[in-house]
Design a binder for this molecule. Structure first.
Ligand SMILES: [Zn+2]
Ligand SMILES: [Zn+2]
Length: 339
């Protein structure tokens, strides 16, 4: 039986249609592993020794107790946006063009080409999430920057062009549409109910329990009530904060651990899927908003969106969030690599 569900944080509706997964060709595509990007270390610009191929180094975390580095941030060699961009032909009669101004960086998460965010050592992963925070803070503080979008594409099906573990950060001089919708929906919920929609959702989900995958000191990992994609996993801070940049040291350590366990559960449940990861976080103008609550979302690449989604901007999820969460709870969380 199909069911329509609304995400109270985005206002978006989704069709949960589990039986579609049983139609011919409708099985979740979970058998293809993420590691199908070219493995060629010799030509990998992110490996140590290939610094000449990098446009520069923006920030670096030294390796603990050893020479070299553990995390490094570089400008994207093929940036989507540039700090000094100007319009070649300024529009005269409307406001529908603007310069592609912004900053696009790459966080190289390890000097090891075959390291994996899911299984690297706990101190290595802590260095990675610390750098996520550091660059997010530094970029958001820059003049003219309004929003920082931190994301990670793993595997070729998620659009990754490099196998070497890395994340990306795009800093924009505007608030993108999805975040605008999140803010507007959050504000309406806050005005109506007197509290943050995500805080309310967390209470419901933790009381219900069926969609919760992990519950740690500072975070809950859950499959969203109205998930648009099978196995869409959210890692949500228990403490209300609008911006990821406000995460404190205790939360950061806990985030590294719950992120590792969540990724390992996804890998075990879906056979090492390609995935996209993104942090939803407040723009500069909403950094203290009581109606906005940051979170990290992981979307495994399972089913491609078709014409209905294109036309209706409404997802058909062939998988019940409660079933996905149960599968993730049953999957092995495994252990970090030992240092
Ligand atoms: Zn490499
Ligand atoms: Zn909240």
């Amino acid at each position: 039986m199909s069911e329509l569900r609304q995400d109270r944080t985005t206002g978006r509706w989704v069709i949960i249609a589990p039986r579609r997964g049983t139609r011919p060709g409708g099985k979740l595509e979970t058998q293809r592993r993420a590691h199908d990007v070219a493995h060629d270390r010799a030509s990998c610009p992110f490996c140590p020794g290939h610094e000449a191929e990098l446009p520069g180094i923006v920030a670096e975390t030294p390796a603990a107790g050893a020479p070299g580095w553990s995390v490094r941030v570089v400008p994207n060699k093929f940036p989507a946006l540039q700090p000094q961009a100007t319009l070649e032909a300024p529009s005269s009669d409307d406001h529908r063009t603007r310069a592609g101004r912004g900053i696009h960086e790459v966080v190289i998460e390890s000097p090891r080409h075959d390291a994996d965010l899911a299984s690297m050592t706990a101190p290595e992963r802590l260095a990675v999430v610390s750098m996520y925070r550091q660059r997010s803070r530094e970029l958001l503080a820059q003049d003219g920057i309004e929003t920082v979008v931190l994301f990670r594409n793993r595997g070729s099906r998620a659009g990754a062009s490099q196998d070497h573990p890395h994340a990306q950060i795009v800093a924009l001089d505007l608030v993108p549409p999805r975040l605008t919708a999140l803010i507007e929906t959050g504000l309406r919920h806050f005005q109506r109910e007197g509290r943050c929609a995500t805080c309310a959702e967390l209470d419901v989900d933790r009381h219900d329990g069926r969609r919760v995958v992990e519950d740690s000191a500072h975070f809950v990992a859950l499959v969203a009530f109205a998930a648009e994609h099978p196995f869409e996993l959210w890692i949500v801070p228990k403490r209300h904060r609008a911006s990821f940049t406000d995460i404190d040291d205790g939360e950061l350590g806990d985030l590294g651990e719950i992120l590792g366990r969540s990724l390992r559960r996804l890998s075990a449940a879906l056979n090492d899927p390609s995935y996209r990861l993104v942090v939803d976080s407040a723009p500069k103008s909403g950094i203290a908003a009581p109606h906005l609550h940051w979170r990290l979302r992981i979307v495994p690449e399972t089913v491609a969106w078709g014409g209905f989604e294109l036309g209706a901007e409404m997802a058909i999820n062939p998988s019940r969030p409660e079933d996905d969460a149960a599968a993730l709870r049953a999957a092995r969380a495994g252990d970090d690599e030992k240092a």
